[in-house]
Design a protein around this ligand. Structure first.
Ligand code: SF4
Length: 647
């Protein structure tokens, strides 16, 4: 049975039934009522150009529930994901399988950000500027030059010999700032341009949220042509979308951009005037001014407010502007045909404009702050409220918008997500997970722990957890809300002779490496903070215990949070109820969601924080979690783990 785009939505529901093409063609396919309901709603939204928000509980099979109506609609659809893992899964696995099952061939293109594609102009420049002592780059540039003659896509994933984080990549890939556009001598062969052209003629384009937002806001790597021709946008992992969207309304300028500009001016000038090094001292002064500014900022803070910068920092910032002005002045002598130097002049002007924008920004509507690393800084202006701007961007596109994730609602209420997205009138749908949580898991709430602010809280938490880790034979995620607690917990476990589990501690190896080891080792215990609360899909009995130390309220010391809460108060809202609580509930839902990933999974979730039962707001958390049976008795939890979920 192959459906036509005009068939009734009812037929889409039938397509998800027994003896359908999906069941016949897809490995492991089993009809699920929630999946069919979601597919019908997505089909209707695409047909009506509507805004739809779907929370699809784990196991709904939401990917199929949007891919099938998207393909059957015959419309041009953009699919956006938060993670590369899901992007690859859609492109390499799900879309080929579903198009083949439906008998609906479609042109599908995966479009990546420009830093994924080789820039032929920058490769040539890097080879010309290579210093004799730079032996590693010489070898890498040779590999890249050879590959550039053979590759069709210019996609750097094809180059296995050079690690993903190698320092050579920024030298041979482009940014919006340094791309020469149609002034470039390689424009006709440019991989970024051809990837975008392929996307424009595709039926389905798979992108990530950053690229979609850039396109929407016409910023950074966006090229503003992807969305106008598209008739539906499906955003999976939509819980990440508001935070990523906020970045696109941020005005910022970092020391990295300034130093890159200095390096590019030096290189372009060397290529244009090999015998004349007149620009050298101007570039040196800019580099020194940027470094001096960093030296005047605090050495040990991760961020400071604009008003906390000292007078010397502001003088140094003026000096950076003066150096940029001098460089713009020097550029007056260049010929219009020198496209590389012309682009550098435009970038210098844009840097000054950003500094002026941040310096003069309206403090009542946003926050001016400086992010700090050991050697660098980023000047920022972040608007506190961005939902109206986001709403305007979404409304400007005449297409359907479908947002989906396993965590969008708080106790069935979508208003927090809708408010952040500026989508007050979107249709909402909650699809409950088909898993049998009543038998597959247990929620253990220890009843003897003190308030989380107590001095020895982590030590007492670990006393509660260690017998459970023994009962589960490792195979545990211990998730913390702070790095301090994580370090203390690791120290406690390492100090005990009876803890002979392979300990995987965040920060001691890259996240992907830790997850790989967790999947391979015997009895592993992983200790992590926020980055392990989501996007981890550990199925089967590799993971049977998930423990969470505290309710994940955002740090009250975060200046951005303070500014946002003040803005909510000013508008007559209730900061805790309207923002802090729903944010924490959604984060806890994500963390707890790591445990049961499949129908046959089982295990115990422990939430140690006593506020879950002692405070009135605790019920908002409990109402949002999967309906596990609850116990206050650690023996129940230990027995459940020892019996493999059969107690
Ligand atoms: S057009 Fe831009 S990205 Fe393409 S080769 Fe030229 S500089 Fe590089």
């Amino acid at each position: 049975m192959v459906l036509a785009a005009t068939d009734e939505f009812q037929n889409i529901s039938e397509l998800f039934g027994i003896d359908s093409p999906l069941e016949r063609c897809l490995d492991g396919y089993a009809p699920r009522a929630g999946q069919a309901d979601m597919a019908v709603a997505v089909a209707a939204a695409i047909e009506d150009c509507a805004e739809l928000v779907v929370e699809a509980g784990t196991g709904t099979g939401k990917t199929l529930a949007y891919l099938v109506p998207a393909l059957l609609s015959g419309k041009r659809v953009v699919l956006s994901t938060g993670t590369k893992t899901l992007q690859d899964q859609l492109f390499y696995r799900d879309l080929p399988a579903v198009t083949s099952a439906l008998g609906r061939p479609a042109t599908v293109v995966q479009l990546k950000g420009r830093s994924n594609y080789l820039c032929l102009h920058r490769l040539q420049a890097a080879r010309e500027q290579l210093q004799p002592q730079d032996k590693l780059h010489a070898v890498e540039l040779q590999v890249l030059a050879r590959w550039s003659l053979a590759t069709r896509t210019g996609d750097r994933v094809e180059v296995e010999e050079i690690p993903e984080d190698a320092a050579v990549w920024p030298r041979v890939t482009s940014t919006l700032e340094n791309c020469l556009g149609n002034q470039c001598e390689f424009y006709d062969r440019c991989y970024v341009v051809s990837a975008r052209q392929a996307a424009l003629s595709a039926d389905i384009v798979v992108v990530n949220h950053h690229l979609l937002l850039a396109d929407l806001a016409l910023k950074e790597e966006g090229f503003g042509e992807l969305l106008p021709g598209c008739e539906a946008v499906v955003i999976d992992e939509a819980h990440q979308f508001p935070d990523i969207a906020q970045d696109f309304f941020n005005v910022s300028l970092g020391s990295r951009s300034l130093l890159d500009l200095a390096a590019d001016i030096r290189a372009e000038a060397l290529a244009a005037f090999p015998a004349d090094q007149e620009v050298g001292p101007f570039v040196d002064r800019l580099v020194k001014a940027v470094k001096d500014l960093r030296l005047n900022l605090p050495a040990d803070a991760s961020n400071i407010l604009w008003d906390e910068m000292n007078a010397a920092s502001f003088r140094q910032l003026d000096n950076v502007v003066a150096c940029l002005d001098d460089l713009i002045g020097w550029h007056e002598c260049i010929d219009e045909s020198m496209s590389g130097l012309k682009r550098c002049r435009e970038r210098a002007c844009a840097c000054i404009e950003s500094i002026e924008q941040i310096s003069r920004a309206d403090e009542s509507a946003g926050l001016r702050w400086t992010g700090l690393t050991r050697a660098g800084f980023t000047l920022n202006y972040t608007p506190v409220e961005f939902s109206a701007s986001l709403h305007n961007l979404l409304a400007a596109q005449s297409c359907a918008w479908v947002f989906t994730s396993a965590t969008l609602a708080v106790g069935g209420d979508f208003s927090h997500f809708l408010m952040r997205m500026g989508l007050p009138d979107a249709i909402t749908l909650e699809i409950v997970s088909p898993f049998d949580f009543a038998t597959s898991g247990l929620l253990y709430l220890p009843d003897k722990l003190p308030e989380p602010a107590s001095a020895n809280y982590t030590e007492l938490v670990m006393q509660q957890l260690l017998p459970l880790v023994a009962a589960s034979d490792g195979r545990a995620f211990l998730l913390f809300t702070s790095h301090r607690a994580l370090r203390e917990a690791a120290q406690i476990m390492r100090g005990r002779e009876d803890c002979d589990y392979p300990l995987l501690v965040q920060g001691e190896a890259p996240r992907s490496k830790l997850l790989e080891q967790f999947a391979e080792l015997d009895k592993p215990v992983l200790l992590g903070t926020s980055s392990f609360w989501e996007g981890v899909d550990m199925r089967g009995d590799r993971l049977v215990l998930v423990a969470i130390d505290k309710l994940p309220f955002a740090s009250p010391g975060d200046p951005m949070l303070k500014a946002r809460l003040a803005a909510i108060s000013e508008q007559g809202g209730q900061p805790f109820k309207d923002y802090q609580l729903p944010q924490a509930v959604l984060a806890l839902k994500q963390g707890v969601g790591r445990l049961i990933r499949d129908e046959t999974d089982h295990g115990v979730v422990v939430v140690c924080d006593p506020r879950l039962t002692s405070r009135n707001y605790g019920r908002h958390f409990l109402d949002s979690l999967p309906p596990f049976p609850v116990t206050r008795d650690s023996l129940d939890a230990e027995n459940f783990l020892r019996d493999g979920g059969r107690s």
